[in-house]
Design a protein around this ligand. Structure first.
Ligand code: F6P
Length: 321
């Protein structure tokens, strides 16, 4: 019997749009004549034989739902030789011919390991962090930025009423993109990201200058990878007469319905991944560059160092005066 089984899993931190992407992978897979299998809890499902058949109906009504119906995990065991071997046993026992992984760079490394073992695997970038250099956008980033923007807008109302400084700490792991994009769109007075040098002195000066220029309230957006919001507030208090309030946005940034842009991206990423699988290609990851869907060698993609858009940062700085 010809082996036509393809498995799909989500791995690492969940991101809005993952469900729409699972739907796209499953429905394109079936369209191309494959038998589609879901894997539960990321790579754990491969290790523990947590695989099950999926059909067009099993991905119904999930297009606009946040999270991932397959559930997800950060699986340390899969990084060991024994873990990989257990996963290979599941793959052999279930006659799986290829794997599609929706996740971040950690998940991509697993993809590479599977391909090296002879199981073509394709990576789809699913993370709110937007921390992969080879692609302009990762799945979930746009929704997360919009979630942060909505929060900034609400916080702005109360800060303006009380004439306060607000520190808003956002996610992003080591990447400052969520802070930069949401900070620019939310009109933040100061944006702190790990990729660009900053200092308490400069921050406090900027706030003081703004105040002297007639600003009655200010917003500082800080990426978690650069500094803790609470520490910033404490230092501002010490150095100025201001009494800032801190909000750590946390996991609300990972939940919620995906934006239209993320559903579109999810649908296009899923389609492209299954075209590669259909053509017998593995070891690549899917991305988007200048609005064109692309794919790239997964090892090369993982080796690329993420950089921040300095021009965008400069625009945000000028607009915040
Ligand atoms: O990678 C997504 C992300 O939300 C990061 O922004 C954050 O640093 C991390 O995951 C938090 O991970 P956990 O779910 O393990 O708390």
């Amino acid at each position: 019997m010809e082996n036509k089984r393809i498995a799909v899993l989500t791995s690492g931190g969940d991101a809005p749009g993952m469900n729409a992407c699972i739907r796209s992978v499953v429905r394109h897979g079936i369209y191309y004549g494959f038998d589609m299998m879901g894997v539960e809890r990321g790579y754990n499902g491969l290790i523990n034989n947590g695989v099950f058949p999926m059909d067009n109906r099993s991905v119904g009504n999930i297009i606009n739902r946040g999270g991932t119906i397959l559930r997800t995990a950060r699986c340390l065991e899969f990084k060991t030789e024994e873990g990989l071997e257990k996963a290979m046993e599941t793959i052999r026992a279930n006659n799986i011919r290829g794997v599609v992984v929706i996740g971040g760079d950690g998940s991509f490394r697993g993809c590479r390991a599977l391909t090296e073992k002879g199981v073509p695997a394709i990576g789809i970038p699913g993370t709110i962090d937007n921390d992969l250099q080879y692609t302009d956008y990762t799945l979930g980033f746009d929704t997360a930025v919009n979630t942060v923007l909505e929060a900034i807008t609400k916080i702005r109302d109360t800060m303006a009423s009380h004439e306060r400084v607000s520190i808003i700490e956002v996610m992003g792991h080591r990447c400052g993109d969520i802070a930069l994009y949401a900070g620019l769109c939310g009109g933040a007075e100061y944006i702190i990201v790990p990729e660009i040098e900053w200092s308490f002195e400069e921050l406090c000066n900027k706030l003081e200058i703004g105040r002297k220029a007639g600003k009655t309230s200010s917003i500082v957006v800080v990426a978690e990878g650069a500094a803790k919001g609470a520490a910033l507030a404490e230092e501002i208090k010490k150095r100025t007469t201001m009494d800032p309030r801190t909000t750590v946005l946390g996991y609300i940034q990972r939940g919620g319905n995906p934006s239209a842009r993320d559903v579109l991206l999810a649908s296009r990423f899923g389609a492209h991944a299954m075209e590669l699988i259909r053509d017998g290609i593995g070891g690549r990851c899917v991305g988007i560059k200048n609005n064109q869907i692309i794919d790239m060698d997964i090892t090369e993609a993982c080796a690329m160092k993420k950089t921040i858009d300095k021009k965008l940062f400069d625009i945000a700085e000028i607009l915040s005066r």
